[in-house]
Design a protein around this ligand. Structure first.
Ligand code: NAD
Length: 260
């Protein structure tokens, strides 16, 4: 018999689902059986993705979300729970990057990156986590199947890279946030883990791979290649599944060996 992981009956909330990894994560969780809530700012893109997922026989819902706005977070999470059901899985994926040398970073650059990647990710996880905690505490023993939070950090949170210092700092914060949440929430059946992707070809960096600098960078990678969003599918599904109940506070690199 083949080994499989089934997310049927689960509700997954994916932030930044309008492009790149978030869109792929949503498609993958749907294929694994979960109902998916697509949350981001670009509603039209989310509607296209919903149509794709529905076309494959999945169950997708669109919600507007700006992770830099606490009211927007509270409203999106509340709507998801009323319209779709209690959130079992959060993929905390929305993120931004800027590139400049340290001495050129402006206050706006800093606030933009930290406001989305750190403050935004924290309050999304807090809002979803509070509801998971309430369910865990209200459930009769044995009735709560557990929550899964997957924070999308980066290998840039584990090793610094030139010209994206503030991004590296923000993702290092996501790594520590993951461990802090895992420590406090693990006893309630909520597992919080982080994926640290290496270079994956998405909107955030697509233009870069065509530049001379980008081509040079690829030549420096262990296997001289960038990944595709689907390369994270197996890890994501595993971390979202019941089978990962013994994995909590883990920070897992999926970077083709770049950080080794
Ligand atoms: P992307 O630019 O395609 O996706 C980022 C998503 O976040 C977009 O859907 C965007 O609309 C959304 N977003 C940005 N600000 C938001 C806000 N304020 N509110 C709601 N949504 C917002 O890039 P991606 O590569 O898919 O990135 C996804 C995540 O993966 C990010 O956290 C990124 O830092 C991380 N990551 C990417 C790579 C890579 O090489 N692509 C590597 C490591 C980590």
């Amino acid at each position: 018999m083949a080994y499989s992981m089934d997310l049927s009956g689960r509700v997954a909330f994916v932030t930044g689902a309008s492009s790149g990894l978030g869109a792929q994560f949503a498609r993958t969780l749907s294929r694994a059986g979960a109902a998916v809530v697509l949350a981001s700012r670009r509603i039209e893109k989310l509607k296209d993705l919903r149509a794709q997922i529905d076309g494959e026989g999945g169950d997708a819902h669109v919600l507007e979300l700006d992770v830099t706005d606490i009211d927007s977070i509270k409203s999106a999470v509340a709507h998801a729970e009323t319209e779709v059901g209690s959130i079992d899985i959060l993929v905390n994926n929305a993120g931004v990057s800027t590139s400049q040398r340290i001495q050129e970073v402006s206050e706006d650059d800093y606030d933009y990156v930290f406001g989305t990647n750190v403050k935004g990710a924290f309050f999304v996880a807090q809002e979803v986590g509070k509801r998971m905690l309430a369910r865990a505490k209200g459930a009769a023993p044995g009735n709560y199947t557990g929550g899964r939070i997957v924070n999308i950090a980066s290998m840039a949170g584990l090793r610094v890279l030139p010209q994206i210092g503030v991004y590296c700092m923000s993702k290092a914060a996501v790594v520590q946030m993951t461990k802090a949440m895992a420590l406090e929430w693990g006893k309630f059946g909520i597992n919080v883990n982080a994926i640290c992707p290496g270079y994956i070809d998405t909107e955030i960096n697509h233009h870069h791979w065509k530049t001379e600098q980008g081509k040079k960078l690829v030549q420096m990678l262990p296997r001289k290649r960038v990944g595709q969003p689907k390369d994270l599918d197996a890890l994501l599904v595993m971390l979202c599944s019941d089978e990962s109940h013994f994995i909590n506070g883990a920070v897992i690199a999926a970077d083709d060996g770049f950080g080794a």
